[in-house]
Design a binder for this molecule. Sequence first.
Ligand code: KG4
Ligand code: ZN
Length: 345
Amino acid sequence: MYDLSHYKLKSEPVILGLESSCDETACAIIKGRMLLSNCIISSAAEQAKYGGVVPEIASRAHTEAVDEVVERALSEAGVMVNDIDAVAVTYGAGLLGALLVGLSFAKGLAYSLNVPLIAVNHIRGHLAAAYLDDIDLKPPFVTLLASGGHTAILHTTNYTHFDVLAKTLDDAAGEAFDKCARVLGLPYPGGPNIQRAAEGGRTDIAFPSALVKHSASPAFSYSGLKTAVINYCHNASQKGQVVNVADVAASFQKAAVDPLVENVVKFALQLGVDTVTAGGGVIANRYLREHLSAECKRAGLKLVLPQVKYCTDNAAMIAAEGLNKYLSGDFAPLSINAEAQIPLK
Ligand code: KG4
Ligand code: ZN
């Protein structure tokens, strides 16, 4: 019988994290804040043939990969399955069929070991990636969140709470990167390919900034920027002109990234918070990383910038967020279901 009534919380638990919300099947093991292993089996190459993630292919790929990725993570960590003190798993947001593979596996494992199941919101996982790079990181800090589904600046006040300071009113930054890549004829995944295409490109095409003008408090919008890029390419093709892909990519990248960097620094200074963190797939972007690092340095702010491998989907961040929830005793019932969408707050 699954019964946690005698379970004793540990200060440095061994947590197995599982992630299967999109096209990466990932498993990681942490002990306290120490990362012991971080394994990924990706179906991205297969998905690229179709120009994006096909949910049915993702679910099948997770089913085929989940046993192997867990075995690998345990073996690389040098941990026996019975050493696991809790199982943390992404329960949303993401593709339902894909999520169910990881969630069902995690439920079975938690049940068989009689240890807590911790249900992690994927986006909170992205935010927790910063704890992997600086194991001494403590709130409060201001965070730049830029992912495929969300774009916001947050004030993290403790390990389980944040306030939203500013956010996008429409599309997320990652969505805009992906759409612009498609318009420019660049393959899936769009973000990294825009980054590559932008190298050496000029940034003087006047695309509208992602910062909403005339708003009482800072807010972002990516739909106008996206439409401007689409119109620019469309007009050029109607005139029989060939667009300079590097210039469009570089100008778009700057319009998308600059207001995020400028405002995260502004908020940290305004709030008197000395640390800035960042999370989400778009934080893997080289231009964003360089610009954010330079601006934080100029403002005298400490920046905890997760390594690229912790910005894109992985299970180490799920385990890291799992630890935050574990230490606050926030466990999930085995009846918990997967959720395709979860609001940021
Ligand atoms: O954070 P994420 O996993 O999405 C959600 O969990 O919602 O990030 C995926 C997004 C995609 O839109 C992808 O194009 C973007 O992150 N991305 C990048 C880069 N690497 C991934 N965008 C810009 N530059 C990159 N290097
Ligand atoms: Zn993600």
